[in-house]
Design a protein around this ligand. Sequence first.
Ligand code: PLP
Length: 404
Amino acid sequence: MATVLSDELLQQIATTWGTPVYVYHAEKIKEQYERLLKAFAKADVRFFYAAKALTNISVLKYVKSIGCNIDCSSINEVQLAVKAGYTPENILYTSNNIHFSEIETAHDLGVHINIDSISNLRKFGQKYGHSYPVGIRLRPNIMAGGNLKISTGHSSSKFGIPLEQLDEVLALVKETGLFIRTLHIHTGSEIKDVEVFARGIEVLLEVVQLFPELEVVDLGGGFKVPYKPNEHGTDIEQLGQKVAEEFEIFKKRTGKHLQVWFEPGKYMVSEAGHFVTSVNVLKESAEHNFAGIDTGLNHLIRPMFYGSYHKIDNISNPSASHKHYNIVGYICETDTFAENRSMPEIREGDLLVVRNAGAYCYEMASNYNSRFRPAEVLVVNGQPHLIRRRENLDDLLVGQVDLF
Ligand SMILES: *Cc1c(COP(=O)(O)O)cnc(C)c1O
């Protein structure tokens, strides 16, 4: 049942397009989406892929082709979604501290909008009154997520309208005629515990009665996927069951039917991504064996930024006996991918594959140290396709004004 990319294919891709190279497996994305559909079959649910995880236009088009909607974090992502062929009805813009002009553009494009500040909500009400249904992002004051940097719903988080300011929202509704169609929360990323989602539902269902025109409850993203060997992700089937039950009970009690939306990012694309790198140098010191690879925090920053664990496989020497390595990058900063990691013996030139490299990896890449960003390859039906060429020196100069 597991959908895997073979090491042979990754090797072949590295030979064809060089390293480092990001490889994404289309059928794995599809498998994840189909698991969601199946798990939530008993509930009235729509899924919006959180595009910020990975925005290559071919990936956006692929996600559209399997029937998924899209959630955007900036007006540029909204424009990319339009370019990828999504219709406004299938595009959601969940903003965070953005200028009101972006909300006006989103309105003119006709996409769904979640607003996350009283200030922008007031402007929206004053300009559009009841004419355009809108969502509000609430801050539910729930602590959740893999670490503090990716926790977004707690009581000192910058995200959303604090629950305790609902009175102000209601006053605005009264004053401007705002049509509140959706209540939204997104409590964080890498939430394993179904109970956390259950608490989010509880918090929202307590306040939905305040908004008689409400049609949708949007529970955001944050499903956990396994990164470490033997680690487990969110129990999606249990969550699907829970959501179906809770909203059925709510409907029986109030007579009101609510649609549920989710915005999975990591869940959709993390495991589909494989970052193929090559070992430049080995360095031995008294304390560590260093394996220096042909990439760094400029291409994949999650371990250094969040302390994230990524599994790394030596696909060139998989059956060798194990040694301990610090796998480090080539950037003039400390960019450690893995510390004291037990691995099959590494030789210079070996290909090391960083797993779970689909979400928030290429997407956070930069040109630091004037390095080129890597190529991206999408494997569809066993066939690898280049979906972004590696950069070159001209790319580094694009947009610069040569003054002297
Ligand atoms: C980042 C984000 C998501 C996706 O989070 P994942 O952990 O990747 O599932 C969903 N909704 C909003 C509003 C986000 O900012």
